[in-house]
Design a binder for this molecule. Structure first.
Ligand code: ADP
Ligand code: MG
Length: 679
């Protein structure tokens, strides 16, 4: 390909248009070549008025003008042209601000028209349309690309720029190794770019998108895999002494998935290369236990370990859990949060820096500047999505070659795991510990609550417990507090004599802890809460989760909240209370919740409903900027690109073989254009 010229080379593209094109990320002819239409307008068949329907109100056909009239509008008089198509159907052309058309569209003259009709009192009307003299000019017989526009750009300008780019840059060289085209049934790129802009059939457009989508995914996977490629040896390693101690003290055996995850982490820790691993598994699947096992393994090899949780509440629960679980192992545990201050903090920091503490559990206070370690080699991050990339890194930078285990109860859809998380190794716990009964979920209309309250009341008589959860409505929390307080009063009347507490984000942490301890010790039967109970709280006798205004929560949050119950062998229930006016999206979310308990399935649905941008949170969204492929619908293509990339990295990581030179060149070009769009 010739050195890509500026877009202003294209006829009809001047300085103004160039600015509008720049807003779309198009500066060169090459950019134009790679600019995908957002849709195609299929004008291969003539469409007369009687074919126009609700799902496709467009027409593209010949008309004959039969009369003119005027009607009054705010800006004076507007021209109305009456015409008939070749079926004899009457169409009225409302020519707003186009009075000049009167002399052009003379009575008896024939034209070709394209636009969308509206049927008003039996008459077809059209107000935004093109008229042309010939079939060719109106695009009949062709498929036209429809581009995203900005500023004063028109589709016509875009089409002519695309057409010029294709011609000026021809011959367009291959972007993939020769053999790959044939083996994977892809189009040559010259052909693919032409078909992207000017396809002869919709199938051809789809085939072009497949080739171009595959190419961009392959480039992305390659760059991620080459960066993250682990050159460390695979080692077989065995559980260390303390791990075995913990395993033998457990009243249950680990699930197969837990064992496998523990093995994978252990092998990484022993490989001599820093690990970057994601441990994903549904709420209650037993990730934390796997984390403790791996911590013991690291400690047995002389390392210090840090375990970080997003809230003080959760950190404290983990610290309590670890203290009980690891009691017999002789591990020295410390707990640090922002509220640990003064002399206590000084002593604690000292024990970290001189290595007297083996395992420290805490909040983001762990990466405060004054915290230093003697030998931090392993950081475990619970609920990783609650931390930013920088925060995770800040912690790991406190130790040399520090390995990171990120835990997530929000499973990542496979397409994202293969792309955004390509630099991570992933361990997955899919099966739940034995004996868990799936939670039954009910959707309850707001004005239908009574039977729900009765059902929860019955659970209380069995000694079981419940949560009533309210959404946080604003950041100030004023109105949440009012709502949640009112509901608390109401429930106390509904369940007279049943002990309960109100817990919300404005309570001081120690008060929250007191309430949660009382709840855990079954001194309280229910909690009324704002979403503070979302993360990690583990109370086995809680069997009911009532979520008010469930439509205001996202799928991931709903799933997390529901995961607070069903944490023992007792049957559990989740009630999702919803208001009268539901958006389509909210309806979709609630029905997903009713249908399934499987966090992996929920994550896939979430991706479909919301699109990938929101889900990835803090991950570099640049990777999400795919031009041709879709993270929501091209999983098969993503998997293909991933396996091809893996093969390439295995066989020729430097891309030094002659046949792979083309990939090296393309990757350099991508990096170049990446830099250009950042700068
Ligand atoms: P997660 O962190 O994945 O949400 P946890 O590690 O908190 O889940 O585990 C939830 C509960 O299940 C804990 O009380 C834990 O002791 C228990 N548990 C973990 N693994 C098993 C197992 N294999 N069999 C039975 N119970 C288990
Ligand atoms: Mg957890």
């Amino acid at each position: 390909m010739k050195a890509s010229g500026r877009i202003t080379e294209a006829p009809g593209i001047g300085a103004v248009a160039a600015q509008d094109l720049a807003a779309l990320g198009i500066a060169t002819l090459g950019d134009m070549l790679r600019f995908a239409p957002r849709a195609y307008d299929d004008r291969r068949e003539e469409r007369r008025a009687r074919m126009a329907g609700v799902d496709d109100p467009s027409i593209a056909c010949r008309i004959t003008v039969i009369g003119h009239s005027d009607f009054p509008t705010r800006n004076g008089r507007t021209l109305k042209v009456a015409a008939v198509d070749d079926d004899g159907t009457r169409i009225e052309l409302l020519c707003f601000n186009r009075y000049f058309l009167k002399s052009q569209l003379s009575i008896g003259s024939e034209w070709y028209i394209h636009g969308k009709v509206q049927r008003i009192r039996g008459i077809y009307q059209i107000s935004s349309f093109e008229v042309k003299r010939t079939r060719e000019e109106i695009g009949l017989g062709r498929i036209l690309p429809v581009y995203p526009l900005s500023g004063r750009l028109s589709e016509k300008m875009m089409r002519s720029a695309a057409s010029y780019a294709l011609q000026a840059l021809s011959p367009i060289p291959d972007e993939l190794p020769d053999g790959m085209y044939r083996r994977l049934g892809l189009m040559r790129h010259e052909e693919a770019y032409r078909a992207l802009h000017f396809p002869e059939s919709m199938d051809e457009a789809a085939a072009a998108l497949r080739t171009l989508g595959f190419t961009e995914l392959l480039m992305m996977e390659l760059s991620l895999l080459r960066k993250g490629a682990r050159t460390g040896r695979r080692v077989r390693s065995r559980p260390s002494r303390r791990e075995r101690l913990l395993l033998s003290s457990l009243p249950f055996t680990l699930t197969g998935d837990q064992l496998r995850a523990a093995d994978e982490i252990r092998e990484d820790l022993d490989s001599g290369m820093p690990m970057n691993r994601l441990l994903q598994g549904d709420v209650g699947s037993g990730k934390t236990l796997v984390a403790w096992l791996s911590a013991l393994h690291a400690i047995d090899s002389g390392a210090q370990v840090a375990f970080m949780a997003p809230t003080e509440l959760l950190a404290r629960q983990h610290a309590d859990g670890a203290a009980a679980l690891l009691e017999g192992t002789g591990v020295r545990i410390a707990f640090i949060t922002g509220s640990v201050k003064g002399e206590q903090r000084r002593l604690l920091l000292e024990s970290l820096s001189n290595g007297e503490t083996d395992l420290v559990i805490g909040t983001h206070a762990l990466f405060s500047e004054d915290v230093s370690f003697r030998n931090l080699r392993y950081a475990i991050i619970d609920e990783q999505h609650r931390f930013g990339v920088q925060q995770r890194e800040a912690l790991s930078h406190k130790g040399e070659g520090c390995s990171i285990l990120s835990m997530s109860a929000t499973p990542i859809p496979r397409s994202l795991a293969l792309t955004l998380y390509a630099g991570y190794s992933v361990s997955t716990i899919r099966t739940m510990p034995k004996g868990r009964i799936p939670i039954r979920t009910y959707l309850v209309r707001e004005d239908n609550r009574e039977s729900m309250y009765r059902a929860v009341g019955v659970e209380f008589t069995r000694g079981h417990q419940a949560y009533f959860v309210y959404p946080r409505i604003d950041d100030e929390g004023e109105s949440d507090l009012r709502d949640v307080t009112r509901m608390f009063d109401f429930l106390q009347k509904e369940y007279p004599g049943v002990p309960s507490a109100l817990i919300h984000s404005r309570l001081p942490d120690d008060e929250k802890m007191e309430i949660l301890h009382a709840f855990r010790d079954r001194k309280l039967s229910y909690l009324v809460a704002t979403s503070v109970v979302e993360v990690g709280i583990d109370i086995p006798d809680a069997t009911c989760m009532v979520i008010e205004h469930a439509e205001r929560f996202g799928l991931a949050a709903l799933h997390q909240l529901r995961g607070r119950v069903g944490r023992s062998t007792l049957p559990s229930y989740c009630f999702l209370v919803y208001g009268r006016s539901l958006t389509e999206e909210a309806k979709a979310r609630l029905s997903v919740m009713k249908e399934t308990n499987d966090g992996f399935l929920i994550a896939e649905k979430d991706l479909q409903i919301r699109g990938p941008g929101d889900i990835s949170g803090d991950r570099q969204s640049g990777f999400l900027h795919l031009k041709f492929a879709s993270l929501t619908s091209d999983l098969e293509l993503i998997e293909l690109a991933r396996s091809e990339a893996e093969k390439l990295v295995r066989e020729d990581i430097g891309l030094l073989k002659a046949e792979n030179a083309v990939l090296r060149r393309e990757m350099a070009r991508m990096q170049e254009s990446g830099k250009r769009s950042e700068g």
